[in-house]
Design a protein around this ligand. Structure first.
Ligand code: AHM
Ligand code: MG
Length: 346
């Protein structure tokens, strides 16, 4: 069997574009490099209590950092010094992260959630990094601007995620299918393990935090009822919710499933707001699922068409198997067209 590393896979993809100058490939390789470093740290997370609490010095005299901040700094340091990006945006940083212009100025911007699902770190549940690459749109002669980051998802050049789980897996798309690579810790290389991933059109699993059911509007409740109880022409689905978006998404991508994080409408003052970020979570995963034959919606329309209004904009999210996301979107549309049917509004 042919063994293909992620570097060779990216290089072979680049060969199809004779005009490519190698910047994009170098950026992808640097992201994979950052992922390996974060992965090795995540694997040692359980030793924190033995080697030193976060904020303290460990036995080597180094300061022990919170893992999500460590992941954030690792990506900023590696990608910031690479010369391929002119700016970055991170879920952990309030504002745009400018990049020192060391070469002629990077042609890309990188958006990322350094460690998604970080509340799961202490209990050894899978967590991950999500990223999105866009082309710079402001003039290359001046500094990068926020509008370089605030682009709708359909303009992404590439998107991907890394899961630090039972294995470390790197999944990405650059618009030519979705490909997955598993880290072989013995040689430190990501090896092609899932070529051209296609997600099943119909879900077998639904993933939603039902603990928030009391905050949902009637339409969201109808969607979840249809998933769990089935309808005339749809069998009931099984429930799986890890609470790490990357991990829930990955399972659903491979096995068929729909992940739903509803908007809340009834008591926005007390209810949790939609939590997922358009730029760092929803849009990159929407691009990946689209390339795998699935669909992502904010309940109104495609996530990929949504123009971001701010770096940390949050959105409702329905993502996964094509037929089930459209089915849920249809129920939400019906209620929007006929608000009188929703007892929870007003
Ligand atoms: P984070 O990026 O701050 O870790 O938060 C996002 C996470 C997702 O991974 C997960 O799907 C979601 O929060 C879980 O939220 P909830 O606990 O509200 O169900
Ligand atoms: Mg997150």
């Amino acid at each position: 069997m042919n063994i293909l590393t992620i570097e060779r896979h990216i290089a072979e993809t680049q060969r199809r574009f004779p005009e490519a100058r190698g910047n994009f490939s170098a950026l992808m390789n640097n992201i994979a490099f950052a992922a390996k470093i974060i992965s090795s740290h995540v694997n040692r997370a359980g030793l924190v209590n033995i080697l030193g609490e976060t904020g303290e010095e460990n036995v080597q005299g180094e300061r022990v950092q919170k893992l999500d901040l460590y992941a954030n700094e690792t990506i900023i340091r590696i990608i910031g010094a690479s010369g391929q990006v002119c700016a970055m945006g991170s879920e952990e940083n309030e504002t745009m992260i400018p990049v020192e212009d060391i070469h002629e100025g990077g042609r890309y911007v990188l958006l990322f959630d350094p460690l998604d699902g970080s509340s799961n770190i202490d209990v050894n549940v899978s967590i991950g990094t999500i990223f999105s690459i866009l082309r710079r749109v402001s003039p290359h002669s001046g500094p990068a601007q926020e509008r370089d980051l605030l682009q709708p998802g359909f303009r992404q050049v590439a998107a991907g995620y890394v899961i630090y789980g039972s294995s470390t897996v790197f999944v990405y798309t650059a618009g030519m299918g979705v490909h997955g690579f598993t880290l072989d810790p013995s040689c430190g290389e990501f090896l092609l393990s899932n070529e051209n991933i296609r997600t099943p059109k119909r879900a077998s699993v639904y993933s939603v935090n039902e603990g928030y059911a009391r905050y949902w509007d009637d339409a969201s409740r109808r969607v979840v009822d249809a998933f769990r109880l089935g309808t005339e022409d749809r069998p009931p689905l099984t429930s799986r919710y890890i609470g790490s978006l990357v991990a829930d998404f990955h399972r659903n991508l491979l096995c068929g499933g729909v992940f739903f994080y509803p908007a809340v409408s009834k008591s926005p003052d007390v209810a949790p707001r939609p939590k997922l970020r358009l730029l760092y979570e929803a849009a990159p995963l929407a691009y990946i699922v689209d390339q795998a034959g699935g669909y992502a919606s904010d309940g109104v329309g495609p996530i990929l068409r949504r123009q971001p209004s701010g770096l940390h904009e949050r959105v409702p999210l329905i993502i996964g198997s094509h037929d089930d996301v459209h089915f849920a979107e249809g129920i939400l549309h019906e209620t929007m067209a006929n608000p009188a049917s929703d007892q929870s509004l007003g």
